[in-house]
Structure formats: C-alpha cells, structure tokens
Ligand binder design. Structure first.
Ligand SMILES: [Zn+2]
Length: 352
C-alpha cells in the first residue's frame, strides 16, 4: 500500500451520514435472517449485494430491517458496526440516521409487535454506549423522516421524539423518496418547525440525483433552516445556487460510492463531490448505506478520494470537517478536533 493510502486509512475519522441498519456486518445479516426465517434471494455473501435491479436491492434492504427483531439484536449490530469501523478506518465519532417508522408492527410486512420509538432508540444507545466505553468512539442519533410516509406521520414522529427526550438524539433528517419518487423536502416543513422548536438540529437528504435541481438544495436549506445538508451534489450545477450554498457556510455530507450505485456517476475529477471540494464547500465524507453498497469508511477515503483527484491536504480538510460539523456537545467537539489535529500532524510527518 502506498504511503498516501496508509495515511488516508489511518486518519482519525468522523462519519455524519450513515443509516443505522446499513452499518450491519454482512455475516450478522445472514445469521439474523436465518434466526428469524427471513427469506434472502441467496445466502452467498459474494452475490447477495450484487443487484440486477431495484427489486434485488429492496429484497435485501427489507430483509435487513426484518432481521432486527429484538432490542438485543439492535444493540449487537450497533456495537459491531463501531468495532469494524475502528479496526478498518480509525473511526472516532459517528452520527447515525435511524427511521423509527421502519421498526413498528407491519413495516416491511413485519410480523409480531415490532419495536416502538423508545425501544429502538434505547437499544441503539445501549450498543453504541458499550462501544464508546470499549473503543472511545462518540456518537449521536438523528431521527430520519421516511419520505414515503405522509407529512402528518413525520410531524407525529417528531412529537414522539420530543415526548421521549434522549441526550444522544441530536436532530432530525429526511430520507427515502416520496410516493411520487421525488425528494420534495418542503413537504415536511411542519415536522422541521416542531423539531427546531424543541431545540433539535436539522438536516435533509436533498439534491442527491439528477431528479432534483440545484435550486432545491438552497431552497430546502433556507426554508427548513437546515444546520447541515446530506448529499446536495446538484448545487454545483448552478453558479447562483453554489454561491448561496457557500455563503450559508453549511457543511455537506457526501457519499461517493452511493452516487456510483444510485446515479452511475464515475469517480473522476469531474465528479460533483470533487467539484464541491474545489469550489470550497465544507465537505465531509461518509458511507451512506455501507453493507448494501459493499463499501466502508476506509474505502471512501482510500479508493474514492484519490480516484476523484483529491489531494492529501484536501483529504485532511475533509476528514477534519467531519469533526467540525458534528452535532455533539461543544466541549466534546473541541476535544475531537484537537485530537484530530494532533494525529493528522503526526501521521503527515511520518507518511507524507
Ligand atoms: Zn443517506
């Protein structure tokens, strides 16, 4: 391995855009599916995540949700996900999206009672808390609005979040697509208003694919008063939108391999993430849906960044931005940044 690759792998990392279920170990997915008689297209891990179409992907995605049936399993998956990312990518801090609506009775055809909001969140906190004690990796949870559900369900979800306060729940986001297969972030404005009123931070998946417009990114950021933007790639396709995004100072959580999987974009110097970096937007790097897209945080740094022509200093700034844009308490954020600066300096001196 080249010294640059070693440097990128060893840099301390914060990940701000990963969906909880997607941090599941592939072997654990198989084991839990078998334990709960959840059908998979194949039991061969080499081909399970190769999709010939959307149906193949949804098959595995749904199965992974159904496989998580108990709080103990949620806690186990939480712990293992940290353990793996520490070993492979030097993960130091992570914020997780979770869609509580995906765990209730009937979701994905879930048999039995399902798990309610506090059950899922407390199980995550238990597993992630154990991992924090063992590996020193801090964490936060972001409640994801599932856009396939009506706006009123999103508002109700935020009311539930506010009724069950947890220090580890830092904010809300929105993902998936509407029944019309659009992003339409403003549809959920009421949920965002309630969240801000309760002191929660706000982010949203927006401007991810060609189906969205550059203006959509800026409109969502302003109207929903976002604190961060997930994806947002389309913003570089319009100078005015790009200027507005820069002026906002908002950080973007970018996920290279998910753009390859979902949009077929090639990882070259023309990739929108590379253009965002060159334009001076605060970019952070993440996996999005690691297990389903056969990626991990190390690969996003070691493979994707060099493929997009990102230099070592730019990669260092991207890694640092992951800590700078974190929503953890300020004292913790400052300590993470100081630790990062020390480690990056030592690694750079030794390897670059
Ligand atoms: Zn995502």
């Amino acid at each position: 391995m080249s010294t640059l690759r070693t440097y990128l792998q060893l840099l301390p990392k914060a990940e701000l855009h990963c969906h909880f279920v997607s941090t599941m170990r592939p072997e654990t997915l198989l084991e839990l599916c078998q334990a709960h008689q959840v059908q998979l297209r194949t039991l061969d891990l080499d081909s399970l995540f190769d999709y010939t179409g959307l149906a193949d992907f949804l098959d595995v995605f749904n199965a992974a949700h159904l496989a998580l049936s108990t709080p103990q399993e949620v806690a186990r998956v939480a712990y293992e996900g940290v353990e793996d990312a520490v070993a492979t990518a030097n993960l130091r801090y992570r914020e997780y999206f979770v869609n509580p609506d995906n765990f209730v009775a009937g979701a994905f055809g879930r048999p039995g009672p399902g798990m309610d909001y506090p059950t899922v969140i407390d199980a995550m906190i238990k597993g992630l808390g154990a991992a924090e004690r063992d590996f020193g990796v801090g964490f936060g949870i972001i409640i994801g609005i599932n856009r396939s559900l009506p706006a009123e369900a999103a508002a109700e979800l935020v009311r539930t979040v506010v009724e069950h306060p947890r220090a580890q729940v830092l904010g809300i986001g929105q993902d998936d697509l509407t029944p019309e297969k659009s992003e339409d972030p403003l549809r959920f404005a009421e949920a965002y208003r309630l969240a801000r009123e309760a002191g929660l931070r706000c982010t949203a998946h927006v401007g991810e694919t060609m189906a969205a417009s550059p203006q959509d990114v800026v409109t969502a950021a302003l109207e929903l008063q976002l604190d961060r933007v997930d994806h947002g790639y389309r913003v570089v396709d319009d100078p005015q939108s790009l200027a507005a995004a820069k002026a906002s100072g908002l950080s973007f959580t970018c996920t290279p391999y998910s753009t390859v999987m979902l949009s077929g974009w090639e990882l070259t110097a023309d990739h929108r993430i590379a253009r965002m970096v060159r334009a001076g937007l605060p970019v952070t790097l993440a996996t999005d849906d690691a297990v389903f897209f056969k990626t991990d945080l190390a690969r996003e740094y070691v493979e994707a960044l060099p493929a997009m022509g990102i230099s070592a200093p730019e990669a260092t700034a991207i890694a640092r931005q992951g800590f700078a844009a974190a929503w953890c308490p300020e004292q913790q954020r400052q300590r993470l940044l100081a630790d990062f600066d020390g480690a990056a300096l030592a690694l750079g001196t030794a390897l670059l």
